[in-house]
Write a protein that binds this ligand. Sequence first.
Ligand code: FMI
Length: 361
Amino acid sequence: MNASKALPLFSRTISRRSFYLFSAATIAGAAAVTTAAAFDNKKQYNYNNRNNNNNSNGWGKFGTSIAAAAPIVHIAAINKDRTIDDYQRIYNKIAEKIREDDEYDGYIGYGPVLVRLGWHSSGTYNKENNSGGSYGGTYRFKLENSDPSNNGLQNAAQFLDPIYKEFNWISHGDLYTLGAVCAIQEAQGPKIKWRPGRVDLPESATPENGRLPDAVNGADYVRKFYARLRMNDREAVALTGAHCLGRTHLKNSGFDGPWGAASSSFTNEFFINLLNEQWKLQKNAAGNKQYDSPKGYMMLETDYALIQDPIYLKIVKEYANNEASFFKDFASSFQKLLENGIDYPKGAPEYIFKTLDDQDM
Ligand code: FMI
């Protein structure tokens, strides 16, 4: 499929401003109507480059027709009938369910896997043509959720299913990202500003497999990957600090063990452990290399790369010594990750949710 022919349709025929006014005035359910209006001709909307991109890592080298084409436009559809209270209700449902289903994964709970879903559904973004990312909620399609990089995330998707059924006016992209924000805040992490407006896109908008990074690489790879997400060195290090949460699972990724002790609290422990543990590179039961410490913690090679590269190392030391600095940078980088490629109309609302504790619940 020739993507350069397919891309410009939307941006040429509907100006950003008129699209916003149209959607804001017309929609009852933002997702459904916006999709139908803007993406009427699914054939023409197909910007997916998987047919002309034969490289195996998928994210590094895009065909010239993609790079040269007009960038895809993803305009937030703001449903003016919905207020922060509507979204706080969904936040509360997710937070309460995290508390209730606390036995998941050896009592780590669902928080970490919800954060990973928010990140993986956003981490397909490619700044070269503005494709992928959280906007279209395309993780819901088999092509994306069966990407081996996404093994294990079905648990998070199933967790969110009943919530989607109860609040079916929310788009999938908004739900996946809201779930991650909720999970971080409920794990005593920083408050993260969040904006609604993602629109469910058709299956043809699903990015090809292989856009998420591999864990077996060094600093150059990490830097190059995050550049594709428009992230600088500080943002890359801050985001990786989310590995304070949860653990790796042999059955999902072929890696084994947690990064630290406090797997369900959001802290700067990842950076402290990275600097202070005695790490040894060894092969795990699946034959994959990982760094292990005597305390039973682990680091992926991409994690360990953050103390091998002098620029990254300086930032790791800062975050290990100053949790507030980590929290501040994490909050802004995570918001950016979740919003990559989305055009927000002027005055689009930005929400900060209360935790259950803030509400005394
Ligand atoms: Fe990470 N991750 N992560 N991660 N992640 C996990 C689990 C995990 C990678 C690899 C990797 C980010 C970046 C990157 C996050 C959050 C974030 C696992 C184990 C692996 C192999 C999965 C499993 O179940 O076995 C990298 C190296 C490649 C994709 C990488 O760049 C970022 C940016 C974030 C969020 C900001 C969390 C919370 C978990 C724990 C999930 C769980 O189920 O416990």
